[in-house]
Write a protein that binds this ligand. Sequence first.
Ligand SMILES: Nc1nc2c(c(=O)[nH]1)N[C@H]1C(S)=C(S)[C@@H](COP(=O)(O)O)O[C@H]1N2
Ligand SMILES: [Mo]
Length: 249
Amino acid sequence: MVDLPRRSLLAGIAAMGVTACSKINESETPNSLFKAAQDGHRAVHRALAGKQGLAPEYTRAERSPTFRGNGSVTVEDPFYQDQLAKGFPDWQLEVRGLVERPLRLTLADLRALPQRTQITRHDCVEGWSAIGEWQGPQLSELLDAARVRDSANFLVFRCADVLYERDYYESIDMVDAYHPQTIIAHSLNGEPLPEKNGAPLRMRIERQLGYKHAKYVKAIEAVASFDQIGQGKGGFWEDVAGYQWYAGI
Ligand SMILES: Nc1nc2c(c(=O)[nH]1)N[C@H]1C(S)=C(S)[C@@H](COP(=O)(O)O)O[C@H]1N2
Ligand SMILES: [Mo]
């Protein structure tokens, strides 16, 4: 595990500037389209949306006055609570698994990267929506810096909270991983994330339903398959309640 100073992270990103594109192209090869076709919804959605289709973005005036918290709204862990009280000075996000260069990034590292701000609508399957302004680096920046191996097919997000006695986790494929609106958000409506919305870091994966947007993210793991993770369905709600792994909207 390397503790990368910011300069070398940025240098790494500059040096790997083309990876995001080549990765997306790779995932459009006939072979992986065949794999995608095993899930009808995913294939149809991809065909209609196009690989770079953007989720709608809204104006500041359209933001919801409050953005509710759902699922876990607190993290019991004492280290987490101590960090929350102090503004997360020692929180680290790990990027690990099938990568050439594992990373450990502080919030300061993440804030020093180029930032994306997006005002999007969150849709929860429980029947509510909210519009919020999110800010953070694109996930592709980190993946390029970590040099994701070709053998990686999915990213697993490991979360700090426990819900119904299980660690929350989620996973996405490499098309969503490199999508321009997939960001690691540290801010909501111009403020650091509140605890209920996933402080200090939560995913925004804008073309998917709410449960895919992992909150309290502590590690991002590149894997070939998620068969051996959790109960093998690729996420907390997929395991617990049979929700679809591909939740495209
Ligand atoms: N770690 C973690 N991430 C999570 C959840 C959770 O309980 N724990 N709930 C999911 C669900 S179902 C939704 S709708 C959104 C809610 O995000 P919010 O609390 O910011 O509204 O987070 C998702 N990500
Ligand atoms: Mo949800």
